[in-house]
Design a binder for this molecule. Structure first.
Ligand SMILES: *Cc1c(COP(=O)(O)O)cnc(C)c1O
Length: 362
């Protein structure tokens, strides 16, 4: 069907504006390009989003997860309970420190890890629980925190999709021992590549700072074995510019989601749990029928959509040997479809998305 109104509506639209470009150029001209004043300021400013005393910037969200697990002392012989319905980075980080992921199912409504299943999976090797705030909807931190306390376990929050999401007004990234955020271009804010770890524990933050920089605080006085996971000041400067718009962009995403909620009649729109502040990194519907056909029909109508994630982690080759029976996850992987909700959508774009979804034949 020809598109009578305008161009193809992309499922995500990373923003790189003049301010970002100028901030990057200013850093390049300054000559202080790696883990300098911009990184320090970005860490300080992002603490307001995570609601924690400390933030430690690194070169990606995956690095943030990896370093957090190392700093928690998790390694061979340990198990970490993770959802299978997530981006592979969540489980990759567990394997990279030599520990074993144990896959929990999700709740059908929030798409986030199911606390009851988490508790059933806890055993003598369990070292930590890693909830993922998928699509920007917070996991049930009230129940997960109670379970972790009852069993003496640490929580590491994968908040890579959830900048500013909250439960009963408390921001994600502030519930666990640590939280991790990604600044990849398609996330709600970006720094080209980048990530941050949030924590209230000063000693833990110091360990992270050592680990990201070869184990050094003072040059050539290496205290522990570490890596190079530093953020550049170019990234931090771009992140600082983006951070100034995060609140406005989140409001716009939430307003767009409300429009979609009200307009869509043909498929199940994403429910929001009581007390949850959803920041709509993705707006994800369920298509009970020919989901992949729906994706093609939307494309033909000029509306970009995407499936996050078509294959749950426990069915990916590196993890397929791990025993897991996850019916809610399998069903979600077969039904989910994320449609545009990003802040660049115009009123007429939103109408086109709604009309295209309501015209689906599945
Ligand atoms: C994006 C993402 C990551 C990894 O972040 P990168 O910055 O791409 O390394 C980890 N977990 C989840 C859930 C993500 O969406």
């Amino acid at each position: 069907m020809p598109d009578p109104y305008g161009a193809f509506i992309p499922p995500a639209k990373p923003h790189i504006g003049e301010e970002e470009i100028e901030a990057a150029v200013a850093v390049l001209r300054s000559g202080m390009v790696v883990q300098g004043p911009e990184v320090a300021a970005f860490e300080d400013e992002f603490s307001a989003v995570s609601g924690t005393d400390h933030c430690v910037a690194v070169n990606s969200g995956t690095s943030a997860l990896h370093l957090s697990l190392l700093a928690m002392g998790i390694g061979p012989g340990d198990e970490v309970i993770v959802p299978s319905f997530s981006f592979a980075a969540s489980a990759n980080a567990v394997r990279l420190v030599g520990a074993d992921p144990v896959f929990a199912d999700i709740e059908a409504g929030s798409f986030c890890i199911d606390p009851a299943h988490v508790e059933a999976l806890i055993g003598p090797k369990t070292a930590a629980i890693m909830p993922v705030h998928l699509y920007g909807h917070p996991a049930d931190m009230t129940r997960l925190t109670a379970i972790a306390e009852r069993h003496g376990l640490a929580i590491l929050e994968d908040a890579c999709q959830a900048h500013g999401a909250a439960v009963d007004g408390r921001p994600v990234g502030s519930f666990g021992k640590a939280g991790t955020f990604s600044f990849y271009p398609t996330k709600n804010m970006h720094s080209l590549e980048g990530g941050i770890v949030s924590t209230d524990d000063a000693q833990f933050a110091r360990t992270l700072r050592l680990l990201r920089n070869q184990g050094m605080e003072q040059r050539y006085a290496n205290e522990i074995v570490g890596m190079n996971m530093r953020m550049t000041d170019v990234s931090a400067a771009i992140g600082r510019v983006q951070l100034r718009s995060l609140g406005t962009w989140t409001d716009q995403r939430r307003a767009n989601a409300a429009r979609l909620d009200a307009g869509i009649k043909t498929v199940a729109v994403p429910p929001v749990a009581p007390g949850a502040h959803h920041i709509y990194h993705q707006y994800t519907v369920r298509v009970e029928g020919d989901r992949d056909g729906a994706l093609e029909q939307l494309k033909a109508a000029g509306v970009g959509s995407a499936v996050y994630y078509p294959t749950p982690i426990h069915r990916l080759r590196p993890f397929a040997h791990i025993e897991a029976d996850l019916p809610v996850t399998d069903r979600a992987a077969a039904e989910v479809l994320s449609i545009p909700v990003h802040p660049s959508l115009s009123e007429s774009d939103l109408d086109r998305v709604i009309d295209a979804v309501n015209a689906l034949e599945v």
